[in-house]
Design a protein around this ligand. Structure first.
Ligand code: UD1
Length: 365
């Protein structure tokens, strides 16, 4: 029996682990154990995703919650160490770049347990981003590095990671997108919000550099204020950004925008439906740059850099930073029918998880 701990912690992890759990179902010799660190704990950030993604209840829930980076990372490590001690797994699988990813990798490495990192090799080259630190730490400790795009191969080579550990497999998040598309189509979110396809834009915003800084947050809101005059905007808001709007006294500014609708965070299927039918997307997320590229929806990324360059090189993504005028100009291009066309990147075909589990099985059995 091959015992594998599949680790999740935060919202962007759930749709990445779901296809891996499913693919493991085809191998009777593999025993997957789902561990949720509890980094995200609100129903809307966690439980709803488990339901939508048909994930089983976590076998082990660590309940670590929020805190400073050191507090959160340390709490995850203390709890996860006990899990590894008890379960003695053959492999720990971590996905993405959140604090749970790096914390569990560090624990596994020190306990001489093999690690697989899914979504390895991505680099923004911006170490002010907490995720960049998490990516560097996780990759250097991993035994299997599963890469989503070619840039990841180049980055890992440059960093001296042995080729034999690195596997270009495509993207498990796109596996979920493809698998759940028919179910997402049945979501009634457009009716609920009274929206016609292609008649609205979607905003997501949560990066500390954008929402924990009043000046930057205001510059973005100023852009939304101009865009909403031409296009209704739907903004399912992350708890962190919601909190900062009040802290910075920006609530009245947001409420003045009659064409901007703030919503609580949406579940996976509703959000995919909303994304698929959007005229454009304004975001600072990592994964949404990729989901829009797959769906062919224009994506305006309000960041100075991206660790996912393929979405700009071949996809529909445009990097605009936080300059109000740049953001408005790009949105106007889309509204004037001059949106950038894109293609689907190599191996984003819905079968990444199957490739990953096959490789793991062949090496470990
Ligand atoms: C985390 C990830 C980020 C990812 C994002 C997706 C890290 C360093 N960051 O950022 O890469 O893009 O998740 O959402 O791991 N909060 C709640 N309820 C929750 C979770 C968070 O209210 O269920 C609030 C708390 O006030 C908390 C804050 O959001 O302090 C930040 O949560 P945290 O998990 O530290 O980071 P995210 O900003 O969510």
């Amino acid at each position: 029996m091959i015992k594998i701990l599949n680790v999740v912690g935060a919202r962007p992890n759930f749709m990445k682990i779901a296809p891996i759990q499913r693919a493991m179902g085809n191998y009777p010799e593999i025993k997957p154990i789902l561990v949720h660190t509890g980094q995200h704990y609100d129903e809307r950030m966690s439980k709803f995703f488990f339901n939508d993604l048909q994930l089983p209840q976590p076998d082990i829930y660590l309940g670590v919650g929020s805190g400073t980076h050191a507090e959160q990372t340390a709490k995850i490590m203390v709890h996860f160490e006990k899990v590894v001690q008890e379960e003695k797994p053959d492999l720990v699988i971590v996905v993405g770049d959140v604090n749970s990813t790096a914390a569990c990798s560090m624990v596994a490495a020190k306990m001489n347990t093999k690690i697989a990192h899914v979504e390895a090799g991505l680099r923004s080259f911006d170490r002010t981003m907490p995720e960049e630190i998490n990516r560097l730490v996780t990759d250097v400790l991993s035994d299997f590095l599963f890469v989503t795009e070619k840039s990841g191969l180049e980055n890992l080579k440059r960093e001296g990671i042995a080729d034999s550990k690195v596997h270009f497999v495509g993207h498990v998040m796109i596996d979920s997108l493809i698998y759940f598309k028919p179910m997402a189509e049945k979501s009634n979110i457009l009716d609920k919000l009274n929206l016609e396809p292609k008649s609205y834009g979607v905003i997501t915003l949560h990066r500390p550099s954008n929402v924990d800084n009043k000046e930057n947050f205001e510059k973005l809101l100023n852009a939304f204020e101009q865009i909403e005059k031409r296009l209704p905007l739907i903004f399912p808001i992350h708890p962190r950004s919601q909190k900062m709007i009040d802290q910075f006294g920006l609530r009245s500014k947001v409420e003045r925008m009659k064409n901007l609708q703030l919503l609580d965070p949406l579940g996976y299927l509703d959000f995919m439906k909303l994304l698929h039918n959007a005229k454009l997307v304004l975001t600072d997320s990592g994964g949404i740059q990729e989901e829009t590229t797959y769906l062919g929806i224009p994506c305006i990324t309000m960041r100075e850099n991206t660790e996912r360059p393929i979405t700009v090189e071949v996809g529909t993504n445009v990097l605009v930073g936080t300059d109000t005028q740049r953001i408005v100009e790009e949105a106007e291009k889309v509204l004037d029918g001059k949106a950038k066309n894109g293609q689907i990147p190599e191996l984003w075909d819905g079968h990444a998880a199957e490739r990953i589990v096959k490789i793991i099985y062949e090496v470990l059995s």
